[in-house]
Ligand binder design. Structure first.
Ligand SMILES: NC(=O)c1ccc[n+]([C@@H]2O[C@H](COP(=O)([O-])OP(=O)(O)OC[C@H]3O[C@@H](n4cnc5c(N)ncnc54)[C@H](OP(=O)(O)O)[C@@H]3O)[C@@H](O)[C@H]2O)c1
Length: 325
């Protein structure tokens, strides 16, 4: 009897894909802030995306992207997704991502961020599907004197003191210990992109508060290298296309900036009144137990690997793109 060719399932994320090696990309956590923006950008690039969610029913039927069911704690659901959708690559963005929530519930943080990642790796390895793991600047404790000693590089020691960072370190370690070699770890910083009602990132929560007449409280003493999600996605595509496996890269934005200045720069482009912003230091908020002072990332290694094809956008150019939608 002749074997029937398996036709991959389609969902509403699907577009006509170009004929390149990575024309179907599965995004775990695809309805989260990063995943949502990443899928939008990939689709604008003509790539078919399969966004997954542990609770697809949570999202409105009107959402542009309807997710496929996948709980990273349920290996069978991961296997089913890979078998049904036959992706060429997976971007693993599913996570228990709120640092304060991780601090309050370390068991769940460990399960989703470490065990969940192990499960996704196991299935990716079984299918020999390249996997890009999204990690974070918060694998560092933020105490380096980055102005004198340079921004954090890939060779700096991992020393997170917060639960979220520790779980992300564990997940990275597991990935590196695999015999399956087709992995890439991309550590990014405070991500920004278009807002979406159910997964708002920075600066949207501050912008939305200002627009509705509230007074958001923002830190003056927390420094990051905010990263525009389409820049991250373009870097991922280039790394995949060049089969740049087995490497860790930092993917930060061009500037080291505090949160207040970041929102003010966005406001200057969008015409938003920022007089309502209340400024404070991290120490002013005793309940903020996940204080990390400065985790500015050096992106030099990534830039060298992808030159001359990739360069992060300046903040104002990225804000302009976001506002044009
Ligand atoms: N946002 C940032 O500034 C930033 C910076 C650096 C690194 N990162 C990393 O980037 C990735 C994405 O972050 P994000 O900001 O987009 O976070 P997010 O908005 O919280 O998205 C993560 C998604 O993971 C999904 N998820 C949670 N538990 C799951 C489970 N058991 N099974 C399957 N999916 C599950 C959730 O969607 P469902 O409820 O639909 O399942 C959630 O929306 C994370 O790995 C994070 O560590 C983020």
């Amino acid at each position: 009897m002749m074997a029937m060719a398996h036709t991959p399932k389609t969902n509403e994320n699907m577009t006509t894909a170009p004929s390149n090696a990575f024309s179907r990309i599965l995004i775990t956590g695809g309805m989260g802030f990063f995943g949502w923006n990443a899928a939008l950008h990939l689709r604008e690039r003509g790539i078919t995306t399969i966004s997954t969610s542990s609770a697809p029913q949570r999202y409105p039927a009107s959402a542009q992207q309807q997710p496929a069911q996948m709980n990273v704690l349920d290996k069978a659901s991961i296997e089913a997704c890979f078998a049904d959708y036959l992706p060429d690559a997976v971007i693993h963005a599913a996570a228990f991502s709120a640092p304060l929530a991780c601090e309050k519930d370390p068991d769940t943080a460990y399960s989703i961020n470490v065990v969940g990642t192990q499960n996704v790796i196991d299935v990716a390895a079984m299918h020999q599907i390249p996997m890009v793991h999204i990690s974070t600047d918060l694998v560092f404790n933020g105490e380096k004197n980055v102005l004198e000693d340079g921004f954090y590089t890939e060779s700096d020691a991992l020393n997170a003191t917060i639960v979220y960072g520790k779980t992300k370190i564990e997940a990275e370690r597991f990935l590196q210990e695999q015999s399956f070699g087709k992995w890439i770890i991309l550590r990014s910083a405070l991500m920004f992109g278009r807002g979406v009602a159910w997964a708002n990132g920075f600066p949207q929560f501050a912008v939305d508060a200002l627009k509705s007449g509230q007074q958001p409280t923002l830190f003056t003493d927390q420094f990051r290298t905010p990263t525009y999600i389409p820049d991250i996605v373009d870097a991922i595509l280039l790394l995949l296309e060049t089969e740049n496996y087995g490497n860790i890269y930092h993917c930060g934005g061009l500037e080291r900036i505090d949160r207040v200045s970041f929102v003010k720069r966005y406001a200057a482009v969008s015409g938003l009144d920022t007089s309502g912003i209340i400024t404070c230091t991290m120490d002013d908020i005793p309940a903020y137990t996940t204080r990390v002072r400065d985790v500015s990332l050096s992106t030099a290694k990534l830039q060298a690997a992808l030159a001359p094809k990739w360069q992060a956008l300046p903040l104002e150019a990225a804000f302009g793109q976001m506002l044009r939608g």
